[in-house]
Design a protein around this ligand. Sequence first.
Ligand code: HEC
Length: 156
Amino acid sequence: MQRPAALAVLFLCSLSTPVAAQDLTWRKDIQPLIKEQCGGCHGASAPSYEEWNLDRKNFEGRMIGPRMDNYADFMRHVVWPATGSVERRLDDGKNAEGKPGNMHGFLGTTDADRARNLATLKNWLGEGAWNLNRWEARGSVPAITKEQLDRIKARY
Ligand code: HEC
């Protein structure tokens, strides 16, 4: 009799435990989200960031962004060379007490969807890793620091 009771307790606990941030992975949680919400313009047929940058105006005019559908290309918009661009474009504006980034709207169709997907991305990147800084300082925004970069976990 004891074992089924213990199993029932375990089962109930598992129901109420939220997905721990460290359990989120690119393969399981993030790639499907990016594919669904961003793939139409940042998918496998989109040019690499460098190619895109060479002819940016042309691609922008055709609503084509840089490719971001795989871990390596995505992380280049977090770490380098497009440091923090994922964070700046997807931010809800609360960080900077300003306007949301211009890709925030693509995170979902309702406010709740967008907030949930943003939280998933933030949790996956790591605690304190959602930084809007660029590689180099611009205006009043300082360059990103090694301490900030160290917080990035982003499990594959
Ligand atoms: C309807 C097409 C479309 C969708 C959907 C879309 N984007 Fe974009 N995205 C663009 C275009 C076009 C640009 C380039 C113009 C600009 O910079 O705003 C861009 C630019 C960006 C940039 C800046 C790249 C850089 O470093 O300069 C990031 C980051 C980005 N998008 C992320 C995303 C993410 C993440 C999603 C999904 C949540 C998404 N986008 C959904 C079209 C789209």
